[in-house]
Design a protein. Structure first.
Length: 421
């Protein structure tokens, strides 16, 4: 962080301190990871990876009658990525994570503008992705309605790389990086449940060359569906159903679906869960239509196993996934718990040469403990028992090597200052 950036930050802090409600929060977390087959089958004749990443985030929030402003600054780095005695970081690790303003122009209506987290329901389609140190944000404008137990959000975004005088070509490419976005989200809550509806339209820049430099229009993908929660006696159910249509690419149509259902039972201090998720896929032997569902902008790390073999920057336009899982959360102390989760993975559509669709089984263990009021610790271990068929969707890598992942994380989230005037 340069001296100029620090000066600007503190100038903002002192200026904002004159408003009626002002609060400064910190979010500092460091995570050690040992990777031996994380995200992909571990290759032959290779050493495992080990590193420590850290996020240092400062959130500045103030409210004045109908106005709310949030500014969130962060530095995300890997221990050792900057030389000692260096004048500044050369890795562009410092950034603004959020910077938005919300104005309530009527008792039930507000407009929210700027860089912001968009997160709904179980975060399957829209989520903040807090597991990733950098998090996920959108540069967007929202029109928001809220009245008792009903809310409606209407979102709009239009992306450009810079200010310019001609054309609106968008050459910035990434995992489903959109040129434009429009969505409507409606949610109705009840005494013991809720139901929501989402319609999302995303536009992606088309290109006529392999290097993505010659533009040729925009293709649009629509995601439509619902999320719900309701109890039956002592069991709580939640699930979702989404359908994707439009264009997968400029030349290929898209028709895909996502179905999920989970049942949770909480006797005493233990939580038991059983569920399944189906994400449709495309036949590896060839298909004229893309049938592969992709969850787009959700917190995908929390679904389909913590080892991120599916839908975390991978598994797009692939054979889909059938995920059957069971989980239990045990209370191991006054302020500690142990999560145990097992996934059974299978391809949703046909693999090449009609291979067995069973992909593997993953075991996830996470121990969590609150050390102090604002300090918590997590320790995790995951193991992937991959089948021969897993290599067919993982670049042909062998499934004979051990695939496991271990991590330890410390999270400190104090309120540094809070004032009301």
């Amino acid at each position: 962080m340069t001296f100029q950036k620090i000066s600007i930050l503190f100038a903002c802090l002192f200026a904002l301190n004159t408003f009626s409600q002002f609060q400064v929060d910190a979010d500092v977390r460091a995570r050690f990871e040992y990777r031996h087959g994380f995200g992909n089958l571990f290759p032959d004749n290779t050493d495992p990876a080990a590193f420590v990443t850290q996020r240092t985030r400062l959130n500045v929030n103030y409210k004045l009658e109908k106005l709310t402003v949030l500014m969130s600054f962060q530095d995300v780095s890997t221990w050792g990525d900057t030389k000692q005695l260096a004048i500044g970081d050369n890795n562009n690790s410092f950034s603004m994570f959020q910077g938005w303003v919300q104005y309530a122009f009527a008792p039930t209506w507000a407009v929210k503008l700027g860089r912001q987290v968009i997160s709904y329901d179980n975060q399957r389609i829209f989520g903040g992705l807090d597991w990733a140190m950098q998090g996920r944000f959108h540069d967007a404008a929202l029109l928001k309605y809220k009245n008792k137990n009903f809310i409606a959000d209407f979102g709009f975004a239009f992306s450009q790389e810079s200010q310019r005088n001609e054309n609106t070509d968008f050459l910035l490419q990434g995992a489903f990086t959109y040129k434009s976005m429009q969505y409507a989200y409606l949610k109705k809550t009840y005494n013991k449940g809720l139901v929501s509806f989402l319609f999302l339209n995303t536009g992606f820049q088309d290109f006529t060359d392999a290097n993505n430099t010659i533009v040729d229009g925009v293709n649009y993908r629509q995601t439509t569906g619902t999320f719900f929660k309701f109890p039956i006696n002592t069991i709580n159910f939640e699930g979702n159903a989404y359908y994707q249509s439009g264009k997968a690419t400029a030349t290929k149509d898209l028709s895909a679906y996502n179905l999920a259902l989970e049942a949770i039972y909480k006797p005493n201090n233990t939580v038991f869960g059983l569920g399944f998720e189906v994400l449709s896929g495309t036949d590896q032997n060839g298909s004229s239509k893309n049938k592969s569902f992709f969850p787009l902008y959700g917190t995908n790390h929390k679904f389909n196993g913590f080892m991120d073999y599916f839908y975390v920057g991978n598994h797009a336009n692939n054979v889909g996934l059938n995920d059957l899982y069971a989980k239990a959360v045990f209370k191991t102390g006054e302020k500690s718990t142990l999560l145990t989760k097992v996934h059974y993975f299978a391809a949703n559509n046909t693999l090449i040469n009609n291979a067995d669709t069973y992909l593997g089984t993953e075991l996830d263990l996470v121990y969590s403990k609150n050390l102090l009021k604002d300090v918590s610790m997590n320790i995790g271990y995951s193991h992937m028992f991959a089948s021969n068929s897993m290599s067919l969707i993982k670049s042909g890598r062998s499934n004979n090597n051990t695939n496991n992942w271990a991590w330890v994380q410390l999270i400190v989230k104090p309120t540094l200052f809070s004032n009301s005037k």
